[in-house]
Structures are given as C-alpha cells and as structure tokens.
Design a protein around this ligand. Structure first.
Ligand code: HEM
Length: 199
C-alpha cells in the first residue's frame, strides 16, 4: 500500500508544495477579512501556520521510518515554513508596530517572547540560505547536515515562543508542545539522545 503511495508521490512535482503553501495565506486573509481585529488575525494566523509548517518538516523523517517517503518535498516544506515566519515578522514590524523604530528596537530585547521568536527566526536564515544543492556541494554533506540539525532547536524555540505569548496555556498550545515532545522523543529513541544535540 505505502509502496503505491510512494510511487505516486515520486510523480508529483516538488513545486506543488509551493502551490499548496499559498492555501494558508488565503485562509489567513479570509479570517482577517471577517475578524473584529484584522491586525491580530493576520499576525496570529501567520505565526500559527509558521509553527505548524515547522513541525510538519520534523514529521518527514519519522514518516520515512514508517515507510512513507516525503524526503523529496522537505526542502520546499522548510522554505514555505520560512516564508510564513518572514511574513509573520513583517506583519509585526508593519501593521502591528507601524514601523515605529523607537518602539520596535526596545521591544526586540525587552519582551522575552520576542527575543525567543527572534532567535528562532535568525537561526532559520542560514538554513533557508543553504537549502539548495549548490550549498550542499560547497559545504559538504556532513557540515551541511550538522548545520541543518539546527532545525530541532529552532522548532523548540518556536513552540516556546508560542507558549510564552499567551498568559494561560490553552489546549491548542499544549497540543503543539506535546506533538513536538513526541517527535523529539521518537528521534532520541531511534537515533540516541545525542542525535538531538547540534554538535
Ligand atoms: C520561528 C519563528 C516564529 C514562529 C514560529 C512564531 C509563531 C507565533 C505564534 C504561533 C504566535 C501565536 C499565535 C496565536 O496565539 O494564535 C505568535 C505570536 C506573536 N509573535 Fe511570533 N513567531 C515567530 C517569530 C516571531 C518574531 C521574530 C517576532 C517579532 C520580532 C514575533 C512576534 C510575535 C508577536 C508580536 C505575537 C503576538 C503576541 C500577542 O498576542 O500580543 N514572532 N508567533
């Protein structure tokens, strides 16, 4: 059964992920149009899709252990996740903060959840920049793999940022944290706890 699915997936062009990646943007726009507070709807919606897509990239490896091969699509999935982080950050800078730099700069260091979100964002940049075959050749597979292990701390920081935003932990936040904990535990169980550490 899974062999058939894998065979079919091999025929699917990888750019399909970019097309599918437009759907959340459409949903966020739709929600914002109908929201009482459109600014919050855009900022939260983009952040939520960013965290969902980042977690989705972590599912690729365990799904492969289970026999489903989505490896061909991982690069595109990661880049779409990065695009949502960039849009989320841009929405904060523009529609939320109104590009008031006098307020933005202190906020970047004063609010802990911003510091955590910003750290995840900054760590994502080298991964996005090197997510092409030329960079793999230039860095060599081992160094490239090591660099891309940053994905784990990045997703941990992203979920932590999400947990820090609210004053109370909603069921939704706890579900994301539990899914992430499950993914990390699965990796540690399969490849040893050291596989989670970037070294
Ligand atoms: C990997 C990077 C990031 C991810 C995955 C992410 C994700 C999220 C999520 C899921 C939320 C909550 C949405 C909700 O409650 O429905 C959120 C809220 C927010 N994020 Fe991020 N974020 C990231 C980086 C950043 C950065 C770099 C900034 C700004 C420098 C930022 C600023 C905010 C703000 C201002 C809020 C709303 C806080 C409020 O409700 O008052 N985030 N983010």
């Amino acid at each position: 059964m899974l062999d058939r699915v894998n065979q079919t997936l091999r025929r699917v062009p990888v750019w399909t992920i970019y097309l599918l990646g437009l759907i959340p943007a459409g949903l966020v726009t739709w929600e914002a149009i109908h929201a009482i507070d459109p600014v919050r709807a855009i900022e939260w919606g983009l952040g939520l899709w960013a965290v969902r897509l980042l977690i989705a990239t972590l599912f690729v490896t365990p799904l492969r252990w289970a026999g489903l091969n989505l490896l061909r699509f991982r690069r595109q999935l990661g880049l779409v996740a990065f695009a949502y982080v960039v849009l989320h950050f841009a929405s904060w800078l523009t529609i939320d903060m109104g590009l008031r730099w006098g307020q933005i700069l202190p906020d970047l260091i004063k609010r802990w959840y911003i510091v955590v979100g910003m750290s995840a964002f900054l760590m994502l940049i080298p991964l996005a920049v090197t997510s092409n075959s030329r960079s793999i050749r230039r860095l060599g597979a081992q160094r490239w793999n090591r660099l891309h292990r940053l994905t784990y701390p990045i997703v941990i920081l992203a979920v932590l940022h999400f947990m820090m935003v609210g004053k109370v932990y909603t069921t939704e936040v706890l579900i994301y944290a539990a899914v992430l904990a499950g993914l990390l535990a699965a990796r540690a169980w399969r490849n040893g706890p050291r596989s989670l550490i970037w070294a």
